[in-house]
Design a binder for this molecule. Structure first.
Ligand code: COS
Length: 380
């Protein structure tokens, strides 16, 4: 075992930390309040190579390992989870899915722009009645020879209105069940493709979440990813890696809230001393620190598994399950340590508590992670 980061990984972590403090922190409260998408910040993250971190430089990416990506996600999420989810979706779901399973033409046409951050992408699986139960896709992609005709609705889509490229999962051969599902590349502006209203959310309010409506949208056959019927496996495999990104986001939210609470406890005085001198507070900090460290090693291990070409379905699911629980518990305790100030927006922790909740829901709820983990351990 080697717990030491390479010099390059240390540099990337520092670059992400600096960026988060100089570019994401200013305005993070206002963006949350007004639900403003961080367009300028995303553009700069593209310039820094954060939008296609693991993509081969041949396709405009940074060619880094998963651990570097996770370190970046952690640092960005300490400050602004709305921005980090945009990074996560673009990197893990869209770029990784296209680079791993896309055709050479698709990579040339779409991946290069996505990896450089010139445009961003969205991953569209969830539907009004198919979130956790992902095989029950009601959106249809009917085969018309040289093209598909896409009809249906997708829900809760991150980057819903700001994306230019959408990877859409749809049912082609209903009689074949999940084996009849396809993944199609849909471009914004294709006739019949409409973007629904923006969701008014509890957390990650700076990211734009929309429903998408497809009415007889004509998709050329060359926009299908992989062979006919590969769409469900594409979604599952891509989400398995996506969960590592969200686990890193949860870790970052927890670590960010913990750092704020620790610093505050050393300044705020009550009963004649700093509140960190009261065991009630010191023990909370001890628990937070221990849980965050445990989450960190699960997240780094999942990234390492992916980099080693080991199976990472179970390690990614465990990392997401645990880190999201730690994010929720830590942020609740951080608000408690801040007391009255914790309930006030300018101290950040209330936003982090709201942001933490989604990490237990998206890219597979905690209950779905337990299905993945229990099936895997019982199979052995
Ligand atoms: N990698 C590759 N293939 C996978 C896979 C993975 N991680 N997980 C499942 N599959 C394959 C299975 O091997 C099976 O194919 P074969 O019959 O050829 O072996 C197929 O997919 C169907 O799998 P399964 O029978 O396990 O499907 P279930 O309906 O039982 O569902 C879960 C499996 C619950 C794990 C899946 O539906 C899921 O992950 N749901 C959550 C989806 C999600 O994350 N939604 C959030 C929206 S994205 S923000």
């Amino acid at each position: 075992m080697n717990f030491t980061l390479t010099e390059e990984q240390e540099m990337i972590r520092q670059a992400a930390r600096d960026f988060a403090h100089t570019e994401l922190l200013p305005g993070v409260i206002e963006r949350d309040e007004t639900q403003q998408f961080p367009s300028e910040q995303v553009k700069k993250m593209g310039e820094l190579g954060f939008m296609g971190m693991m993509v081969d430089p041949e396709y405009g990416g940074s060619g880094l390992d998963t651990l570097s990506y996770v370190l970046t996600m952690e640092e960005l999420s300490k400050v602004d989870a709305s921005s980090s989810v945009i990074v996560s979706v673009n990197n893990s779901l869209v770029c990784w899915g296209l680079e791993t399973f896309g055709s050479e033409e698709q990579k040339e046409k779409y991946l290069k722009k996505l990896a450089s951050g010139e445009i961003i992408g969205a991953f569209c699986l969830s539907e009004p009645e198919a979130g956790s139960d992902a095989t029950s896709q009601k959106t249809t992609a009917i085969d018309k020879g040289d093209h598909y005709v896409l009809n249906g609705t997708k829900n809760w889509i991150t980057n819903g209105s700001s994306a230019s490229v959408y990877l859409v999962i749809a049912q082609t051969h209903i009689e074949k069940g999940y084996k009849g599902i396809n993944a199609l590349i849909v471009e914004k502006g294709m006739p019949g493709f409409e973007i629904g209203p923006k969701e008014n959310k509890l957390g990650i309010r700076g990211s734009d979440t929309h429903s998408l409506i497809f009415n007889d949208v004509k998709i050329p056959k060359e926009n299908r990813i992989g062979g006919d019927g590969f769409g469900f496996k594409f979604a599952m495999k891509t989400l398995a890696g996506g969960r590592i990104g969200i686990a890193a986001q949860a870790l970052g939210i927890a670590a960010g809230a913990y750092e704020l609470a620790k610093n505050y406890s050393k300044e705020r005085r009550a009963f004649g001393t700093e509140i960190s001198n009261h065991q009630a507070i010191a023990f909370k900090l001890a628990d937070m620190h221990t849980q965050i460290e445990a989450a960190r090693y699960l997240v780094y291990k999942a990234a390492w598994d992916k980099d080693q070409d080991n199976d990472y379905d179970i390690s990614g699911a465990m990392a997401k399950l645990y880190a999201s629980q730690v994010a929720m518990e830590t942020t609740v305790e951080a608000v408690q340590i801040f007391g009255g100030n914790g309930f006030v927006k300018e101290y950040h922790v209330e936003r982090m508590m709201r942001d933490a909740k989604i990490t237990q829901i998206y890219e597979g709820t905690s209950e779905i992670q337990k299905i993945v983990i229990s099936r895997s351990i019982l199979k052995k």
